[in-house]
Design a protein around this ligand. Structure first.
Ligand SMILES: Nc1ncnc2c1ncn2[C@@H]1O[C@H](COP(=O)(O)OP(=O)(O)OP(=O)(O)O)[C@@H](O)[C@H]1O
Length: 282
């Protein structure tokens, strides 16, 4: 596994408050990595640190083996970024945006961006402020991809989209990434969407990474146990829910199931794991 993005003891403090602490992670090249966490968990802060928009208070970021330096942003030519509010000039037409993108980036691939937008039926002569939210997101993604980045960072790209547009956007992202070794790091609150699209997950809680890894491994390594009420402490329990007579335990794998024939174990979904870490063990 080669590493696209490395966070080494990364931390960011705004005045006296740490927004991100002790973040050490390796994100593999070619992976699609989902970043989740509650509002204020530090997702945008981490993404902005990853692309050099923010200076770390502690630690360092490495992009494709090179330390990211604020005073030498040349390496950022390899990084595409799509901000939460899409950062489009609303009075520009789509064609103006492509022209602007090309004037800023010598590597800008106008032909592929034009082909992509045409295939999506997005009129090039339409002003950005006359496009739907889903179309604006597609324009922003096309601009970021046209940079031909090796790393693409997307901050809540589907936040303002309806479920259909969200799915369409994610599908087109998968198509864009297929067959390339583009690494994608994207934040979202829509865990079901991430489960469909991502290989890796990073879960932030109050500025700390509480869970990170390959999604298949994370799912294989957790399960939900239910059985008679059990108030004893059991190692490896992420979250325990107790009713009057029953208990439900979301546990990390290899935990000894309480010995009772009525205890049942079942696999978990990603949303259950995420909610358990945010609500219980985090
Ligand atoms: N410029 C800033 N100055 C001071 N505090 C900030 C600043 N930016 C963010 N914060 C604080 O840092 C913490 C993390 O914010 P951040 O925007 O990274 O969270 P987030 O996970 O992206 O949240 P959301 O899901 O709501 O977008 C929050 O407590 C926020 O109030």
């Amino acid at each position: 596994m080669t590493t696209a993005l490395r966070f080494d003891g990364l931390g960011k403090r705004y005045r006296r408050r740490w927004a991100l602490r002790d973040c050490t992670l390796d994100l593999p090249t070619g992976a699609i990595v989902g970043l989740v966490g509650n509002n204020g968990a530090g997702k945008t802060t981490l993404l902005h640190l990853a692309i050099g928009l923010l200076r770390p208070t502690a630690g360092a970021v490495w992009v494709f083996g090179e330390p990211l330096r604020m005073d030498r942003p040349a390496g950022l030519a390899e990084v595409g970024f799509m901000a939460q509010d899409h950062l489009l000039y609303r009075g520009f037409t789509v064609a103006d945006m492509l022209h602007y993108g090309r004037s800023l980036n010598p590597r800008f691939d106008t032909a592929s961006a034009t082909a992509r937008l045409t295939a999506l039926d997005i009129p090039l002569d339409r002003r950005v402020n006359r496009l739907s939210g889903g179309q604006q997101a597609q324009v922003a993604l096309s601009l970021a991809l046209a940079k031909r980045p090796r790393l693409l960072v997307l901050d809540e790209p589907v936040a303002s989209l309806d479920p259909l547009a969200r799915r369409e956007f994610m599908r087109s992202l998968i198509d864009a990434v297929a067959g390339s070794d583009l690494t994608v790091l994207l934040s979202s609150h829509v865990v079901a969407e991430l489960e469909r699209v991502c290989d890796h997950l990073v879960l932030l809680h109050e500025g700390r990474v509480v869970l990170a890894g390959d999604i298949d491994d994370l799912l294989a390594n957790h399960r939900l146990l239910s059985g008679p009420r059990c108030d004893d402490a059991v190692d490896g329990v992420v979250e325990a829910t107790h009713g009057e007579r029953h208990s439900t335990l979301l546990v990390r794998q290899h935990v000894d199931v309480p010995t009772h024939p009525r205890w049942q174990a079942r696999p978990v979904g990603l949303e259950e794991v995420v909610l358990a870490y945010l609500g219980g063990g985090a």
